[in-house]
Write a protein that binds this ligand. Structure first.
Ligand code: GLP
Length: 240
């Protein structure tokens, strides 16, 4: 694992945006795996700036990691909405080339299968970006998730519901289930960038990098991937 420690959130965002820019320039038809949460917001802001200065997104394809079950795409806390607000509506990605699981699908299992097949049809993910949950989750793969899982429906951990309740009016409004790419789906990406910022992520980052490779810490599986770059600020790297 290639580890890049930077000073703070802004430098983490700049570093990851630069790596994405390099990927887009090297291969304008790249398939990118995208993440949500507060961590990648700075990256998306910078990508929008790259686009304003001429970077073309029109030949890219994107797949998001996950979506809450039960939230409509126009629900302000859905990941569909988040992506539209923060990236899709601000760059020239073609809407038909952007993919986020449908949390309202009547048949969730079929939706998971459809999503997994779409990724395969697109030729797989060239570069996947990931945040990390305080419990070590990636996407919405909570501790205990089988490393062999592909896109699936997950029950969110108590700690994730608590962590994510800050985005909702009350904890009762946080969905309890989600659709998430599985660990296997994520591990099939050719390259992965894991990013983390802030002291609240320090334990999870330590366990991901130096702990045993175990489903108890889903991000620890990344130790087995041949091409992972961890971009982490000093606070999140404080226990490394
Ligand atoms: C969410 C998302 C993850 C994200 C993580 C951390 O639950 N499903 O993809 O990496 O939690 O979120 P944040 O970046 O807001 O700390």
């Amino acid at each position: 694992m290639n580890i890049v420690v930077v000073a703070n959130y802004d430098s983490m965002s700049a570093e990851v945006a630069k790596l994405l820019y390099a990927q887009i320039t090297r291969k304008p038809t790249s398939v990118l795996g995208l993440a949500t949460g507060s961590t990648p917001l700075g990256v998306y802001k910078l990508l929008v700036e790259y686009h304003a200065r001429g970077t073309d997104f029109s030949r890219l394809t994107t797949f998001n990691l996950d979506e809450y079950v039960g939230l409509a795409p126009d629900h302000p806390q859905s990941y569909n909405y988040y992506m539209k607000e923060n990236l899709f509506s601000k760059v020239n990605l073609k809407p038909e080339n952007t993919h986020v699981p449908n949390g309202l699908a009547p048949d969730l299992e079929a939706e998971c299968q459809r999503y997994e097949e779409l990724i395969k049809k697109a030729g797989g993910i060239d570069l996947q970006i990931l945040g990390i949950g305080t419990n070590g989750h990636i996407g919405f793969n909570e501790p205990g998730t089988d490393f062999g899982a592909i896109t699936h429906v997950v029950d969110l951990a108590e700690s994730t519901i608590r962590d994510n309740s800050r985005f909702f009016a009350s904890i009762d409004e946080v969905p309890t289930r989600a659709i998430s790419m599985g660990i296997k789906t994520i591990m099939q990406a050719k390259e992965i960038i894991l990013m983390a910022s802030g002291g609240s992520k320090a334990d999870a980052v330590y366990a991901a990098v130096h702990g045993p490779v175990t489903p108890d810490v889903p991000a620890s599986v990344l130790q087995l991937h041949p091409s992972v770059t961890l971009v982490v600020d000093q606070a999140a790297a404080s226990k490394l």
